[in-house]
Design a protein around this ligand. Structure first.
Ligand code: ATP
Ligand code: MG
Length: 410
């Protein structure tokens, strides 16, 4: 059923080493599911009955990580494999290793168990299959295979309880249904409506991880639409997508752009998407009668980033990236003298230019700033000079007033 050639050799060697040491070792979760669906897994996770400390002893290049959910990273030069110990998912002796809060949310889950128990603490039936590369047998949740064939995401146990334990599961259901082109079981849909609001209790670091998985895996536009249909986008983005037509289009276009880049094997970064998502807030804050107030523009950048930070921790390195993209939008408008040459040399020029094209597309603006910059990048000094002088006749100040910003606020 599963072709071992599609599996990372390193992952297989880890399983062999676990077995040599008299432990169990299986590929589990997303990689088994993806292989069964004919997709290439993005990573390979392993489950074992060895404790993290025992795993750590077997593999020299390994590290125990996590507190809430302890596991071992085993690595070689090019790969990193997560090895997780079977969990029971039950409060048994209650030695403080499985902790829930008042709402039933799991705060810590480090009670070891056997494979059967481990199956039931997983989120969805299709994610609870275990594969042994040696025997080539698949075991685990009894409905897993059936649901893969039926192409449906089904919760293990009552989804209302499971989503209370961990609200992120509702985001995962949405993501997997788009990735696999599976339906979402009705009980899960109801649970998302009922329990989705609990996402506000998830740490901003974890939401940032989900943000990246949601929007940087080639399914951004679809995921965004489905999130919106469940009313969940507000747990990932502080901008209200429906606040005006420009905002809705800008969000959609930037997500579509990200998907397209991934299809073309181009790089993507959460910084670009965040710059795009938050832009409507920035121009809203600084616009005065269709013109922009520069002082307000610069002063609003940090507060807008901070409010987004509260829901998705934005790693430091992206802050200056996002602000560069924003400030470069102004620079792209002012094309006096040597300024366009400087702007062109800016390390973030390309990203800022891409974003400006997206803004143009979304505002229905036809004043051709995009065209101007597309030409200005051409390796043709005479063309550059004539492009700059063609602007001299027009008032430079006008460019702020007439381009974009007023259109973008409608
Ligand atoms: P992908 O890696 O493609 O996003 P995945 O299913 O491998 O999908 P991971 O986050 O890598 O997702 O998790 C691996 C496995 O661990 C899952 O398949 C699932 O069995 C289990 N798992 C992960 N997160 C949760 C969760 N929040 N609740 C229950 N089980 C989970
Ligand atoms: Mg995975």
């Amino acid at each position: 059923m599963i072709n071992n050639k599609k599996i990372s050799k390193f992952a297989i060697s880890i399983i062999e080493d676990l077995q040599k040491n008299k432990f169990q070792g299986y590929l589990v979760g997303g990689c088994v599911r993806d292989l069964l669906c004919g997709l290439n897994p993005k990573d390979f996770d392993i489950a074992t009955d060895a404790t993290p400390e025992q795993v750590r002893k077997i593999f020299k290049a390994s590290r125990i990580i996590g507190r809430r959910f302890k596991l071992v990273h085993v690595f070689n030069r090019s790969e990193l494999i997560e090895v997780a110990t079977f969990r029971s998912g039950e409060i048994s002796s209650n030695d403080g290793e499985l902790v829930k809060d008042q709402s039933g949310k799991i705060i810590r889950d480090n009670i070891w168990g056997n494979l059967d128990q481990d199956t039931y603490r997983r989120d969805f039936t299709v994610n609870a299959l275990y594969y042994c590369p040696k025997t080539k047998k698949i075991i685990g949740h009894k409905d897993g295979m059936r649901d893969i064939h039926k192409k449906i995401i089904v919760s293990i146990g009552d989804p209302r309880k499971r989503f209370s334990e961990d609200p992120v599961r509702s985001l995962r259901a949405i993501r997997f249904s788009n990735k696999l082109k599976f339906k979402i079981d009705t009980k899960i849909k109801d649970a998302i409506y009922e329990k989705g609001h609990l996402l506000s209790s998830i740490s901003n670091a974890r939401i940032f991880d989900e943000f990246c998985k949601m929007f940087l895996s080639g399914m951004a536009e679809k995921n965004f639409n489905k999130l919106n249909s469940f009313g969940l986008s507000k747990f990932l983005i502080t901008t209200e997508p429906e606040q005006n037509e420009f905002t809705r289009k800008l969000l959609t276009e930037s997500l579509r752009n990200t998907d397209k880049r991934l299809t073309n094997n181009q790089s993507v970064t959460p910084g670009f998407l965040l710059a795009a998502f938050l832009w409507p807030q920035l121009i809203e804050k600084c616009s005065m009668k269709g013109d922009i107030n520069l002082r307000k523009f610069f002063r609003s950048m940090d507060p807008i980033l901070r409010s987004q930070q509260r829901i998705t921790a934005i790693p430091r390195k992206f802050h200056s990236y996002i602000k560069d993209i924003w400030v470069l939008q102004l620079k792209l408008h002012s094309r006096i003298g040597k300024q366009p040459y400087k702007t062109l040399k800016h390390p973030r020029f390309r990203a800022a230019y891409d974003f400006m094209l997206i803004r143009e597309k979304s505002s229905g603006e036809t004043k051709s700033l995009g065209k101007w910059w597309t030409d200005f990048q051409k390796n043709d000094e005479n063309l550059k000079k004539s492009l700059i002088s063609s602007l001299k006749e027009k008032s430079q100040h006008e460019s702020f007033k007439t381009f974009g910003f007023s259109q973008e606020l409608r």
